[in-house]
Design a protein around this ligand. Structure first.
Ligand code: UFG
Length: 337
């Protein structure tokens, strides 16, 4: 079985995927600088190296000494709002360091590279559900930083024969390992953690951003995919990459959207508590609807989400928040993916 380097493996999606990889028999080396990730989220059975993705000599050393032939790159800043305020942070951390990481990997012999990408590369959707062929017109620095890495990888694929895959996530949600691994960002900006923090009375109410969208109930619609389903999708991609993939980009979503008010209603059912909310103005940069056309992935990989409905995702998220009202408890992270 191959040796794999997972960047950002102490983050939310990265840690769940690293665990699944180890279970599937991969020898996993995690690199994470813990600026956003959590040591507590690191799975057992992986080698952990505290370090930075922009450290070219460290990356080369890791690839050589652990005989790494494939990489999944999660490490990134991922808050859209923050990326408007501090674009330089996103270009430096996500793009510049990402380019250094990719170059170091290629130079030291990595053959397969999977990028954790995002629906934010599409910008405001011209059609719903969004196919991978949709124009790539990001509307925020976060989306631009991820699209930049897609382009760099596309180029290395042409010039160096690097096998690449861009997995464009929609809204990752839910918890893994029976509620022991979950979302913990500081500051928290994501809807589902905020809803359950409100259920736990850690917040007074949920502010619903925008009640005047052109949607059935006026609130914004998103496609929520369980983090465990995302992790499983990565393993399918890695297995298939060996023989070359028919495409580079794949949407990872359930293919069904829920409005903010629907999420709130379902969340109240999931936890059995009343969750106060107030509808306020729109949040800058939020598209009204983001729903994946996931047919490319479901057909090519014969994949269906195990968590096909929102209620199950919310029950799983509640398991985590109920037992970890303060997350991992160190309050120092800032939105690791
Ligand atoms: N929302 C609220 N109130 C809140 C928080 C969120 O109403 O307190 C709304 C948002 O306006 C949005 C929906 O809930 O309509 C979901 O918001 P999240 O912040 O949970 O997620 P986003 O859709 O903004 O972000 C996700 C990923 C990003 C990715 C982005 C692509 O988390 O990494 O999709 O646009 F970049």
């Amino acid at each position: 079985m191959s040796n794999i380097l997972v960047t950002g493996g102490a983050g939310y999606i990265g840690s769940v995927t690293a665990r699944e990889l180890a279970r599937a028999g991969y020898r996993v080396v995690v690199i994470d600088n813990l600026s956003k990730g959590h040591r507590e989220a690191l799975p057992e059975g992986v080698t952990f190296v505290e370090g930075d993705i922009g450290d070219v000599s460290l990356i080369k050393k890791l690839v050589w000494s652990y005989d790494v032939d494939r990489v999944i790159h999660f490490a990134a800043y991922s808050l859209v709002g923050e990326s408007f305020e501090k674009p330089e942070l996103y270009f430096e951390n996500n793009l510049i360091k990402g380019v250094r990481l990719i170059g170091a990997c290629v130079e030291s012999g990595v053959r397969h590279f999977v990028l954790s990408s995002t629906a934010a590369v599409y910008g405001d959707p011209l059609e719903i559900p969004i196919p991978e062929s949709h124009p790539l017109t990001p509307k925020n620095p976060y989306g631009f930083s991820k699209l930049g890495l897609e382009d760099v990888l596309r180029s290395y694929s042409q010039t160096h024969g690097l096998n690449v895959a861009f997995l464009r996530y929609f809204n990752a949600a839910g918890a893994a390992s029976g509620g022991m691994i979950g979302e913990d960002h500081a500051p928290e900006t994501h809807l589902i953690p905020i809803i359950f923090q409100t259920a736990l009375k850690k917040r007074e109410k949920v502010y619903v951003f925008g009640g005047d969208y052109d949607t059935p109930d006026g609130t914004a619609i998103r496609d929520y995919i369980h983090v465990q389903d995302l992790a499983r999708a990565h393993i399918l991609v890695l297995e298939a990459m060996e023989n070359g993939l028919p495409h580079e980009a794949y949407n990872l979503g359930v293919g069904r959207g829920y409005s903010v008010l629907e999420v709130l209603t379902e969340a109240q059912e999931a936890c059995g508590l009343t969750i106060p909310y107030e509808i306020v103005g729109r949040r800058v940069g939020d598209p009204p609807v983001l729903v994946a056309d996931n047919r490319r992935f479901t057909r090519e990989f014969d994949w269906q989400p195990e968590y096909g409905n929102l209620r199950d995702i919310l029950v799983s998220a509640w398991q985590w928040h109920r037992v970890h009202p303060d997350g991992y408890g160190n309050g120092e992270s800032h939105g690791a993916i």
